[in-house]
Design a protein around this ligand. Structure first.
Ligand code: PEP
Ligand code: MG
Length: 593
């Protein structure tokens, strides 16, 4: 950002776009916070100084630890949701400041390579970050995050070695829009949401820790808006739209009035949605549906409680296995499942066993993945196929879930089922584990938790009536079901015409599944992203779905959608959609009121 210039005050309105991170409209003067430059020489030390320089390094490490512990205590003043997000990150940093590879490597660079501690820390962190980034596999975002964590913690040690102060936002006037080249998670942790109207950065992705934390702070935020810092002047008025990912600098009176109107409308909408939290989820003729939450990360639990969800319809257990060097053992998993079940306080929790393979890469499972690279991993070993190849992993996870099952109602779900034989084989293993734990008098639920399956392959949907004889429940995963049925990757860009869950083919598969479940008298839910789209809610209801599971944020809107329609209208809509020739026609039906 350039300094304030004297001269004509009138400048033209400028618009920029970036990643929409956190919904809301922010209006206020821009304040830029730049990162202080770390200034030190990359130098060698004399052998005689090894002890003194090592002591200096150890002091910086111990000071870093103290700062993080202090930050942890300061978290108490943040909203609860932010605390639960930031806390694990600080724990991860604290872990890295222990006897980690980073610290061991830096010490060796001082003692063996005779590098000054600053150079030792920087070189070691860079080498490790590079090594993480060079790993192959598809979880690129996860690797970038971990590399950034290593760099972040090394910056803290370097600041303490060079005695540079950390950023300080306390002098800012309330209502400011904070603009920065990039914002680190530790910076985000220092932000008091009430002091800011919003956050803009020129760099940063939509899935990084910083984005996750800003979302939790509930501040309107747009990250990765290239060019914005070059154009902004301190104190310049800015509007940011965190939902559209748009930034307007120096807005015209007309843009300002439009933003103020959107701000007022959003406030009205939020008030109306909040009022719905206790309202029943039912049609105008009182046919009830159940709205549940999907859970990927434990920090989402408080949000689930606020959303009015009736339990967890899909716990993607992959998160428990990701971002760690070693696999979580049975005790660790038991504790995690128990904590989640207890937090849901009697509401049901459906735990899906590990669905890894394809785009879901779990590094700790590298030894378990196929030896030969698969030409098309989405069509190879994944989900239940891999678990049945590695019954040890499967048994450990089942045992952990069963040991946690005394804490509240729980169901177990198998991912990627395509063949009847897979459920039969899974039942044999499940039976064995249940009997083994019973023999040992392990405390568990009194009756064995139900074992159900995801319907997310065309094979499963088309043979649902056979599979229903072996499954206690179905959950339809429209993300994969759409991908496999239409032969179109689910990560294709938004708006792609190839990947479209509203294709009548998909609707027919959903309907087949619902009919098979009804005939077999087993419950069926829908937990793909389609469940969170309010425009599709009446259609899905009409197809017979009465249980929806989605991201917690989406629940109030879906509830509003169901409360606005009658069951008769939904049935007619579904009947027409099932006969439609293409997704465009279905969309037109949904849009016609
Ligand atoms: C699905 O495929 O719709 C689903 C819910 O599973 P995931 O998105 O985890 O593959
Ligand atoms: Mg799936």
């Amino acid at each position: 950002m350039k300094p304030t210039e004297a001269g004509p005050a009138r400048r033209r309105e400028m618009r920029f776009s970036g990643h929409p991170i956190s919904p809301g409209i922010g209006i206020g003067p821009v304040y830029e916070a730049s990162e202080p430059v770390l200034n030190f020489q990359h130098k060698k030390i004399a052998a005689a100084d090894i002890a003194a320089e090592t002591a200096r390094l150890e002091d910086a490490i111990s000071l870093s630890r103290k700062q993080l512990i202090k930050l942890k205590t300061k978290l108490a003043s943040l909203p609860e949701q932010s605390q639960t997000e930031i806390d694990p990150l600080i724990d991860a940093y604290l872990h890295m400041l222990g006897n980690s590879r980073l610290i061991r490597g830096a010490r060796l660079r001082v003692s063996d390579a005779l590098l000054a501690p600053e150079a030792a820390v920087m070189d070691e962190a860079e080498a490790q970050a590079e090594a993480i980034l060079a790993l192959t596999g598809s979880d690129k975002v996860g690797r970038q995050r971990r590399a950034e964590e290593v760099r972040e913690i090394s910056r803290r040690i370097l600041r303490n070695l060079t005695r540079l102060p950390f950023r300080n936002f306390t002098e800012l006037k309330p209502g400011t829009i904070l603009a920065a080249e990039s914002l680190r998670p530790a910076d985000a942790a220092l932000i008091q949401p009430t002091n800011f109207a919003g956050i803009i950065t020129a760099e940063g992705g939509a899935d990084g820790h910083t984005a996750v934390m800003l979302r939790a702070l509930g501040l309107p935020a747009v990250l990765g808006a290239t060019g914005v810092l070059e154009a902004a002047r301190p104190g310049m008025l800015a509007i940011i739209d965190g939902e559209a990912g748009e930034i307007i600098l120096n807005p015209t009176a007309r843009s300002l009035a439009a933003a103020q109107a959107r701000l007022a409308e959003r406030a009205r909408n939020l008030r109306a949605l909040a009022r719905l939290q206790r309202a029943p989820a039912e049609t105008t003729d009182h046919v009830a549906v159940e709205l549940q939450a999907n859970l990927e990360l434990p920090f989402e639990i408080p949000m689930i409680a606020e959303s009015g969800a009736h339990g967890i319809g899909l716990l993607r257990s992959e998160f428990i296995f990701m971002n760690r060097e070693a696999l979580p053992d049975e005790d660790t998993q038991t504790q995690i499942y128990r904590d989640i079940i207890e937090a849901m306080d009697g509401d049901p929790v459906t735990i899906r066993v590990l669905d890894w393979g394809s785009d879901k890469e779990v590094e700790a499972l590298a030894d378990y993945t196929p030896d030969t690279a698969e030409a098309n991993p989405a069509l190879g070993l994944r989900g239940i196929r891999l678990l049945l190849r590695h019954p040890d992993l499967f048994e450990t996870q089942l045992a952990a879930i069963l040991r946690a099952s005394g804490a509240g109602p729980v169901r177990i779900m198998l991912p990627m089922v395509g063949f009847r034989a897979e459920i039969i084989a899974a039942w044999e293993i499940y039976d064995r584990v249940w009997r083994r734990l019973k023999r040992r008098n392990v405390r568990m639920a009194e009756t064995r938790p139900p074992l159900g399956i995801m319907i997310e392959t065309p094979a499963a949907a088309l043979s649902a009536r056979h599979l229903a004889k072996h499954a206690d429940f179905f959950a339809i995963g429209t993300n994969d079901l759409t991908m496999y049925t239409l032969a179109a990757d689910r990560s294709l860009p938004v708006g792609s015409k190839l990947y479209d869950p509203l294709e009548p083919t998909i609707l027919r598969l959903i309907y087949e599944t619902v009919v098979a479940a009804a005939t077999a008298k087993i419950p069926v839910s829908l937990c793909g992203e389609l469940a969170s789209r309010p425009e599709a809610t009446p259609l899905l209801f009409g197809l017979g779905i009465r249980q929806f599971s989605m991201h917690g944020n989406a629940i109030p809107r879906v509830k509003r959608a169901i409360r606005a329609v009658s069951s008769k209208y939904c049935l007619q809509l579904a009947a027409a959609a099932l006969e439609a020739p293409d997704a465009e026609t279905v969309r037109a039906l949904l849009a016609a009121d």
